[in-house]
Design a binder for this molecule. Structure first.
Ligand SMILES: C[S@@+](CC[C@H](N)C(=O)[O-])C[C@H]1O[C@@H](n2cnc3c(N)ncnc32)[C@H](O)[C@@H]1O
Length: 252
């Protein structure tokens, strides 16, 4: 966890570059001068500000048996874990940022790295949301999918969230606004099938920038990654095919 301190005499109201390395926080400016940034560059304040993911929670709930258990990998502040827990599911949320986990109320938080997680228990559903599967580091993605498989019951299911297939190859600089948050995609750089770009978030007088590197997770790549982890792709769960249902392909 990096605590980025800006403002004051040294950097009055200016973006303060912290790092240009991929997936590390680049800049944060806040009136109070401090914003917590997760190791992957996600600003905690943004996730506290965003609404719960009620639609995705309902979708997962409908697939689960009553009281079925859930493991939410990269749960953040629990935007999905919390509504699922309130729907009667024992939910374990995993994140490597303690400040994100501090927001959990009904879900149980585990502060850990996803790729090496060994909880020693299995779940009816394992979630790997928020484009973690798109990470440009294929070895990391393989390890995260191994974690999914390792924690899945033989009759359980997984839900992955990816960007729309083709997004990394075709997206352009843009700005959009939703729920009072302005998102600006900028500084795009493409090389060897990897998109590296910066997303700027502006909300409540705060500005945060997150540099990230991703690949397109098209159906072929997803099928290959899943098979290597002992999983199989069953079906897309929405029209954009960004939410995908997987099941076990082999004993683990
Ligand atoms: C983009 S946020 C999304 C959070 C949540 N899934 C949501 O929909 O609001 C990604 C979260 O995954 C966590 N994360 C990213 N990579 C991780 C890793 N390798 N191990 C553990 N947590 C990770 C970050 O700390 C962050 O809280």
């Amino acid at each position: 966890m990096d605590r980025v301190v800006v403002g004051g005499d040294k950097h009055p109201g200016r973006l303060h570059p912290v790092s240009h390395k991929t997936n590390l926080p680049v800049a944060v400016v806040g009136d109070d001068g401090t914003v917590d940034i997760a190791p992957d560059g996600s600003p905690v304040a943004l996730y506290l500000r965003l609404p719960e993911r009620a639609a995705e929670a309902a979708l997962v709930h409908d697939l689960l048996p009553a009281g079925g258990t859930v493991l939410d990998l990269g749960c953040g502040t629990g935007r999905l874990a919390e509504p699922l827990a309130r729907l009667g599911h024992p939910v374990t949320g995993v994140d490597n940022c303690p400040q994100m986990l501090a927001a959990l109320r009904d879900a149980v938080g585990v502060c850990a790295e996803i790729s090496t997680l060994q909880l020693g228990s299995r779940f009816d559903a394992v979630l790997l949301m928020s484009y973690l599967v798109d990470d440009a580091d294929t070895a990391l993605v393989r390890a995260m999918l191994g974690t999914v498989r390792r924690h899945l019951r033989a009759d359980g299911f997984a839900v992955l969230e990816r960007q729309p297939p083709g997004w990394a190859a075709t997206c352009v600089p843009s700005t959009r606004e939703a729920e009072g948050i302005r998102y600006t995609l900028t500084d795009l750089d493409r090389a060897d099938g990897v998109l590296t770009a910066t997303i700027r978030y502006e909300f409540d007088g705060l500005t945060a920038e997150q540099r990230f590197s991703v690949r397109d997770t098209d159906d072929d790549r997803l099928a290959e990654l899943a098979a290597a982890a002992g999983l199989r792709v069953e079906a897309p769960l929405n029209a954009e095919a960004t939410l995908v249902l997987l099941r076990t392909a082999s004993p683990a």
